[in-house]
Design a binder for this molecule. Structure first.
Ligand SMILES: Cc1cc2nc3c(=O)[nH]c(=O)nc-3n(C[C@H](O)[C@H](O)[C@H](O)COP(=O)(O)OP(=O)(O)OC[C@H]3O[C@@H](n4cnc5c(N)ncnc54)[C@H](O)[C@@H]3O)c2cc1C
Length: 260
């Protein structure tokens, strides 16, 4: 667990896969168990330490007092990737993470091969970046669905607004619970490759700016898409820094961080 070591470095938390299920053809839900403290810290966004596929005893990094990850020397095969805890239950010691099986990269490969008993490291969590507001705009692709689901689930019942979610097709839609005043719209990119469609940016561009200043926009998708939407929200909608959070969740053609 997290006992301090004499060199000031502590071990990372390690969770264990307890169940794996396919939510849609391209999204795999992995349920992990761990101590209640580790689960409480594993989200809402979570820095995962992803081992090589079927590595039962990864050479984990350790964590310095200031939170810095200290990697082992040489080839360790552990990749750092950001994900979202769709559900955290510290009491039950369980956390659920939905992985998009996009066909490339250490995290997608690990999730595709995950079986009960497999270990997954956790190196801290962070907030989703959303703030409560009378009017919400949420825009994202399937990588952002867990975050969008949490934000909608935590929104006040009086919240109005729009949630735009781009997925491949109807078979990739997931049930979302939203306040009655928030309309959820699914955008289907069909045969267009993920990250190459302009659907999400076009849908935001077609929205009129809501009246008033109690507005918050949250965006998570491929980086170029997010850049286009962020520019639109800052320009046409005139949103200030405190009124939006727009983050590239992945980059087309680029790994998010090097694997060791
Ligand atoms: C804060 C945050 C939260 C996130 N939460 C989630 C989450 O809950 N679930 C989730 O699935 N993802 C989530 N992501 C996105 C995830 O971190 C990236 O998709 C990441 O690149 C996956 O790592 P990888 O090792 O599978 O692929 P990488 O090694 O990073 O990339 C390998 C290749 O795959 C491509 N690629 C990466 N992601 C995709 C994709 N979605 N579709 C098509 N091609 C892709 C890259 O362009 C690259 O060419 C989140 C990202 C952030 C920043």
């Amino acid at each position: 667990m997290t006992a301090p070591l004499t060199d000031g470095l502590r071990p990372v938390d390690v969770l264990t896969v307890v169940a794996v299920a396919d939510v849609t053809p391209s999204v795999r839900r992995v349920v992990l168990s761990g101590s209640s403290a580790a689960v409480a810290l594993a989200g809402p966004t979570v820095n995962l330490l992803v081992p090589r596929v079927r590595d039962p005893a990864p050479d984990w990094p350790r964590v310095a007092k200031d939170g810095r990850i200290v990697w082992p020397q040489g080839s360790h095969g552990v990749a750092l990737r950001s994900y979202t805890a769709r559900r955290q239950d510290p009491g039950a010691g369980e956390v659920e993470i939905d992985f998009v099986l996009h066909g490339d990269g250490p995290a997608a490969a690990w999730a595709a091969a995950a079986v009960p008993g497999a270990p997954l490291g956790v190196a801290g969590g962070a907030a989703l970046g959303a703030r409560p507001a009378a009017h919400l705009l949420l825009a994202g692709d399937e990588t952002a669905l867990p975050a969008i689901s949490r934000i909608l689930g935590e929104a006040a019942p009086t919240t109005t607004g729009t949630a735009l979610v781009e997925v491949a097709g109807p078979h990739e839609e997931q049930p979302l619970t939203a306040p009655a005043g928030v309309s959820v719209r699914w955008l289907h990119r069909g045969d267009v490759a993920p990250g190459e469609s302009t659907l999400l940016a076009d849908a935001v561009a077609a929205l009129d700016r809501p009246v008033g200043d109690d507005v918050f926009a949250w965006v998570g998708a491929e980086s170029a898409t997010v850049r286009a939407i962020r520019a639109d929200l800052r320009g046409r909608w005139g949103l200030g820094r405190a009124q939006h959070h727009a983050i590239g969740y992945w980059r087309r053609g680029r790994a998010m961080a090097p694997a060791g």
